[in-house]
Design a protein around this ligand. Structure first.
Ligand code: FAD
Ligand code: A2P
Length: 278
């Protein structure tokens, strides 16, 4: 598939570049989840954790664009994305069929709140995600700067079923065995990236909602960490609107305050998707 894209609503002419990128690999993780990598425009600069607009043309050649977190770190030669397959979703009902060599549209204007600069310095950084909300953290976990800034990073990822955790699990396993990170941060690197996956609707070694595991103190006991405090702990939240609202309240209960790029504080939030009617 080679794209013949309209430049913009006002432009009558057609063009292929610079907004088309070529798919290099595609991996299907479950019936409803897949990841893919595309070429990276040489001019694209982004901060790990940011998102861009990507898409495909509809039957009339008009772009269907959606926000996607870049799941790869900013040093990577390619761009990785981790995607849901929404049944009948305008974009993902098409996107799920891409193959290496196909082209997708990418608007090269990265933005987002889940960036290291939006937080004040701290000791521990918590990544709190459900579902595809792990994507921005897949970027930040692979960025050595994250470990230069924080002594420990804790990835809490919750899905309904165990198979939905596979992308994050493999990513963390690969990072724990990464020779470059071990060389940079020493053999104890694995103890600096803690992984806390849970399921809520299928039996698995660890279970429960992130909100419940924080408020009950279970995650702190399991990982042998003190409870969150505004002096030491920073957090980034990425999930559904309801999840984000509930986690925000829990973090505020620990005394953490929401920050932003322009006003760094103790935690930041971003929606993993825009829900129906929201
Ligand atoms: P849409 O019409 O966009 O969505 C239909 C419905 O599907 C939505 O109303 C919602 O209920 C549900 N839905 C959409 N996306 C998701 C999702 N990711 N998880 C669970 N339910 C969903 N999606 C990704 O798959 N990966 C990402 O990295 C990603 N990053 C995003 C970053 C931001 C800042 C935002 C706002 C959204 C992000 N999304 C991401 C969602 C994405 O923009 C699209 O909504 C998604 O690709 C589905 O597109 P669609 O056209 O098929 O369906
Ligand atoms: P649960 O199974 O108890 O609803 P969803 O697919 O609905 O977006 O949910 C993804 C994961 O996020 C599920 O494990 C779900 O748990 C959990 N979750 C959904 N809403 C919330 C919330 N408001 N607070 C905490 N966890 C949530």
């Amino acid at each position: 598939m080679t794209l013949d894209l309209p430049v913009a609503d006002t432009a009558p002419s057609k063009k292929t570049l610079p907004d088309a990128q070529t798919v290099t690999t595609v991996r299907h993780w479950t019936e409803w989840l897949f990841s893919f990598r595309v070429t990276r425009p040489a001019s694209l600069r982004f901060r790990s954790g940011e998102f861009v607009m990507i898409g495909l043309p509809d039957d009339n050649g008009k772009p269907i664009l959606r926000a996607y977190s870049i799941a790869s770190p900013n040093w990577d030669d390619e761009l990785e994305f981790y995607s849901i397959k929404v049944p009948d979703g305008p974009l993902t009902s098409r996107l799920q069929h891409i193959q290496p060599g196909d082209q997708i549209i990418m608007r090269p204007k990265p933005v987002g709140t889940l960036v290291l600069d939006a937080l004040q310095p701290g000791k521990r950084l918590w990544f709190l995600a459900t579902g595809t909300g792990i994507a921005p953290f897949a970027s930040l976990m692979r960025d050595p700067e994250t470990f230069e800034r924080y002594e420990q990073v804790i990835m809490m990822h919750t899905c309904r079923t165990a198979e939905e955790l596979a992308y994050g699990r493999e990513l963390v396993q690969n990072l724990h065995a990464d020779p470059l990170l071990t060389e940079m941060f020493g053999t104890e690197f694995a103890s600096r990236l803690l992984y806390y996956p849970t399921t809520t609707r299928e039996e698995s070694p660890r279970m429960g909602r992130i909100t419940d595991n924080l408020t009950s103190g279970k995650v702190f006991a399991d990982l042998d960490l003190p409870p969150m405090s505004p002096e030491t702990d920073r957090a980034m939240i990425c999930g559904s609107l309801a999840f984000n609202i509930d986690v925000k309240a829990v973090l505020e209960g620990f005394g953490l305050r929401e920050g932003a790029n322009s006003d760094p504080k103790e935690f930041v939030v971003e929606k993993a998707f825009v829900g129906d009617g929201v």
